[in-house]
Design a protein around this ligand. Sequence first.
Ligand SMILES: *Cc1c(COP(=O)(O)O)cnc(C)c1O
Length: 459
Amino acid sequence: MTSHLFDYAAKASQEYRTTLEERPVAPSEATLAALAVFDEAMPEKGEDALGTLEKLHTYGSPATVATTGGRFFGFVQGGSIPVSIASDWIASTWDQNAAVGVLSPISAKLEEVAGQWTLDLLGLPAEAGFGFVSGATMGGFSALAVARTHLYCKLGYDLRKKGLRGAPPLRIIASEETHPTNIKALTYLGVGEDEIIRAPCDKEGRIIPSALPQMDERTILIAQAGNINSGASDPFTEICEKAHAAGAWVHVDGAFGAWAAATRKRKEQVEGMGLADSWSVDFHKWLNVPYASAMYACKSKEAIAATFSKAAPYLVRGELRDPSNHTPELSRRGGAAVNAWVALRHLGREGVADMIDGCCDHAQSFADGLTKLGMTVLNDVCLNQVTAIYGDEENTKELVRRIQACGTTWLGPTFWQGRHALRISVSSWATTAEDAEKSLAAIAGCIEAMQADTLAKAG
Ligand SMILES: *Cc1c(COP(=O)(O)O)cnc(C)c1O
């Protein structure tokens, strides 16, 4: 009855993935214009199921950005290893609600296993608690909420009962280079942007420990593993020693950079990360699993429970983990942990290390290649991020525009060290040395065309 729909989905998905290499990375003008076919009135009587799927695939698939291919280097994305797409199909078919254990024993089980494996792989304390969330934004939000509970608990103030209005103020310190989503998360928690104290950073965007603002037992310090422009991580050992001596809580935003801990060649960059009190990390970026999949972890399981557990009478408590006692949501798709578990089991420690180190090696090739093309690389390329300029601001912006339109590769603009620059993030398992070469050749072509245009204008 339904098998023809599933067959069609499998066929369409296969076609999508196998033709990724031939299509432009960003959709063409024509495919974007064709999106107008979706501007139809909602049908009175329902339309045929297969026909609806055909419409979705025919006009929808070409209007995606090929972020799962090997030549997309914008933002910090990551693709998806094939086994995680397949597991995502199974998880979709299950349609499990990962709210409570009795509602989905498999979701509860795989959260426990994948969470524990992740703590181990990233060098975080085995006794930490954790929750699966939709991304590092919600990971940061959750961890900061738990941190706040913990500090208020120590101050003898019951935040959950008494609320924020009469609460003693906390000192929130964030790195000058903190990701904007952490500022957003803080505003959801009732912290005003002007209240956030910024910790000064060095030229690679790392917190300078000697310049850390005053900390005390009412302080939360937000550090990071993996600066989005340079890839650099904060010096965790020194930061944590200072913070803990003052009684402060340290949160590490490790959305993508935390994966350095799982490498062979770049582990030392995140040394001491496990000394912090909480962490957030994405699976959907560098572990290369489908959206939405991320995790946060906190040393204090008690503070997690005090923040998120809310046993409504109808929520049966059993032997199994109740995922919703660890996260803001109640109902939640079970796929995040399923896909993370599948990827970790399939890749193993060695596979993860190869994937992450491989991306970083390609980033180094990009840095060398861009330099040969006359560009200036602004960062010390220590991980997977390359930030560069091509002459002045106008030339750099024009080059980004041309690269984005070329179809062969895609990268984005950024602002770094007071300058407009372009940024390459190598975060996909799918990127090969050949992809890097093809992309560099395409960038060289854009530069040549720009030079030819300049000459033509001058002549
Ligand atoms: C991507 C990113 C985030 C936000 O993560 P989402 O998964 O998009 O919510 C936070 N911090 C850093 C450093 C990031 O790179």
